[in-house]
Design a protein around this ligand. Structure first.
Ligand code: PEP
Length: 254
């Protein structure tokens, strides 16, 4: 397992060039907290600019088209994102799966195209509230992941990150309990070992996402098999985002 926790900010559809100062502030702070790996996924329009402005943090995209080029008006391919400076792509976010009707098959194709373009992949998964209430969360997430992950990934431990994000916890202020997070991450770990083998499966980082903020980060990030966080709302300012990164660093010392 990579020792460094990974804290990724998903800016979603937020940010104009005025936000570049925030990216610079995140980058400066990240240089003082090197025990933690910090990355942001700004909107497409800012990827190249952020890539040029920062030195330490990773820059990635929130989605990609599964193809490489062609007549797909309004879409952006993984190759184009890599050219703009993106080092990773988030795929399968619930706001894409639900809001844009993305199937597991499509998410898998997107992941493969990002890998083919030389980028890393953050694969999101997570259940809705009714599924959790019905006691079917673990079965749902396993099935979703099995159907969304490419069957073979060379150096999966390095190229792949999984983000468990219960849908009911995203942007709601609700978070899963440490026990539920621990149980789900353990399930995901077993699945990754089954898919990619003992060594690589153990290396894949599993992030938790869903209303993570500086106040709850330490408790969540202390849970076994939580190797970092995918952060939405709280990634929009350097203060709150780096508060989470600092909490991640504290868990290494605890
Ligand atoms: C997300 O959308 O990936 C997310 C975790 O959002 P928030 O932190 O705002 O819940």
């Amino acid at each position: 397992m990579a020792d460094r926790p990974l804290i990724v900010g998903n800016w979603k559809m937020n940010g104009t060039r005025a936000m570049l100062s925030e990216a610079r502030a995140i980058d400066r702070a990240a240089q003082r907290h090197m025990k933690v790996e910090v990355a942001i996924a700004p909107p497409y329009t800012l990827i190249h600019a952020v890539h040029r402005e920062v030195e330490q943090i990773g820059v990635g995209a929130q989605d990609c088209h599964p193809g490489t080029d062609g007549a797909f008006t309004g879409d952006i391919s993984a190759t184009m994102l890599a050219d703009a400076g993106a080092k990773f792509v988030i795929v399968g976010h619930s706001e894409r799966r639900q809001g844009h009707g993305e199937s597991n098959d499509l998410v898998k194709e997107k992941a493969q195209s990002a890998l083919d373009a030389g980028m890393n992949v953050i694969m999101c998964c997570g259940e809705d509230e009714a599924t959790r209430d019905a006691g079917k969360a673990a079965a749902f997430v396993s099935k979703q992941l099995k159907a969304s992950l490419p069957a073979q990934i060379e150096s999966a431990g390095e190229k792949l990150t999984v983000a468990y994000e219960p849908i009911w916890a995203i942007g709601t202020g609700k978070t899963a309990t440490p026990e539920d997070i621990g149980a789900m991450h353990a399930e995901i770990r077993q699945l990754l070992i089954k898919l990619y083998g003992e060594e690589q499966g153990a290396e894949v980082r599993i992030l938790y996402g869903g209303s993570v903020k500086p106040e709850n980060a330490r408790e969540i990030l202390s849970v076994e098999d939580v190797n970092g966080a995918l952060v939405g709302g709280a990634s929009l300012t350097a203060d709150s985002f780096m508060g989470i990164a600092i909490a991640a660093g504290d868990t290494l010392e605890a």
